[in-house]
Design a binder for this molecule. Structure first.
Ligand SMILES: [Zn+2]
Length: 223
């Protein structure tokens, strides 16, 4: 009986969390470029996350080809680069079952500190293509990292929505999902408020670490 009460309480907490999350237009706002991703050595992906990382790597290579950073940089016009990225967004949306999420690739040089954003209320992933225009492999890698990072926030939301049934293909496990719920319930910390706390909160830590593991080469600890 106690277990049943505990489960019911947990479901209510998650439901409240979601109500709050959907009331906030910009709960996941990407940080500044100075917070470039790095591998979080203490982050331990669950077996489901490991599968997610492997499948995502496969989809990236299928959509963009091997040596895709160089492949993007060989294209001179930004429009050509955007046309190359669009199929990747579609393939990732399909892989993660984000059928109700729209990707918007928009050029915003005036808002250069914002690389991307996921809005659960609008069901949109916005990616700033300003960073795709550079002939610099680190910046192009950061651009792909942002696409993966924002997708992961949409996946986190899908995990929360499926908390009671746990039937979502990429459900990371209760511990991780309860961490996301607690984080959202307590309020998402923006980079402006506190850059360290922003990076360490559950939703950001997971999104940064997962994107870094997907992009890491096999020799650098990629899975
Ligand atoms: Zn984020």
């Amino acid at each position: 009986m106690l277990i049943l009460i505990a489960i019911a309480a947990a479901v209510i907490i998650i439901a409240c969390t979601l109500a709050e999350a959907f009331g906030n237009d910009e709960i996941f706002t990407e940080g500044q470029r100075s917070t470039a991703p790095c591998v979080d050595t203490e982050f331990v992906p669950t077996p489901k996350d490991v599968e997610y990382i492997k499948e995502t790597k496969r989809v990236i290579v299928e959509a963009l080809g091997e040596d895709y950073i160089e492949g993007i940089m060989e294209l001179k016009a930004l429009e050509e680069r955007i046309d190359k990225i669009k199929p990747l967004c579609e393939a990732l949306g399909e892989l993660y079952e984000l059928e109700d999420v729209t990707f918007e690739l928009c050029y915003d040089e005036y808002n250069y500190k914002s690389c991307g954003k996921y809005s659960p209320k609008e069901k949109k992933i916005l990616i700033n293509t300003y960073f795709l225009a550079f002939d610099n492999s680190e910046i192009i890698t950061d651009f792909i990292d942002t696409v993966l990072h924002e997708c992961r926030h949409a996946v986190q939301m899908k995990m929360l929505l499926n908390y009671d049934k746990k039937d979502y293909r990429w459900y990371s496990g209760d511990k991780a999902v309860e961490g996301f719920a607690k984080n959202i319930r307590q309020g998402i910390i923006t980079p402006k408020e506190n850059i360290k706390a922003y990076r360490e909160q559950a939703t950001e830590r997971d999104a940064y670490a997962m994107a870094a593991l997907i992009l890491a080469g096999d020799k650098e600890g990629g899975i």
